[in-house]
Design a protein. Sequence first.
Length: 120
Amino acid sequence: MPLPDPHANEPTTEVNEDLYQNWVQAQAFANGWQERADEFKKMLMEQVGNTFAGTVNGVKVFTYRPENRYATSRLLREQEPLARHFMRQVLKEELDVQAFHQHHPDVVDLYRIRSFREVQ
C-alpha cells in the first residue's frame, strides 16, 4: 500500500497543456543530446591523451589542462590505506538557518529555494 502524498493539499495552478508538453519534449531532446555530447567529449578527451589541447586544421579548438583540484572522494576510495595518513579535521563556520528562521522568518523566507521537478 503506497504512502499518502505529503503534498496532496499544496496550492496548485492550472498551466497551459501545450506549454507543458513542449517543455517535456524539449527536456527529452536536451537529455538525449546531452548524452550524445558527453559521448563525443569522452572520445575527444581520449584522443588528446596527455596533451593539453586539441586542434582542428592546426587551430586550437579546446583545452584539457590539469587543474589544482583533485578527485578526493575517488582517491580516498581507491587509496584508502595510504590516504588515511593524511586526513585532518577541519573546523568550518556555517549559517544556522533554523535559528535565523526562528528570529527572522520574513527575511530568511526571501531566500527559500524552490525545486522544479516533473511529477512521475
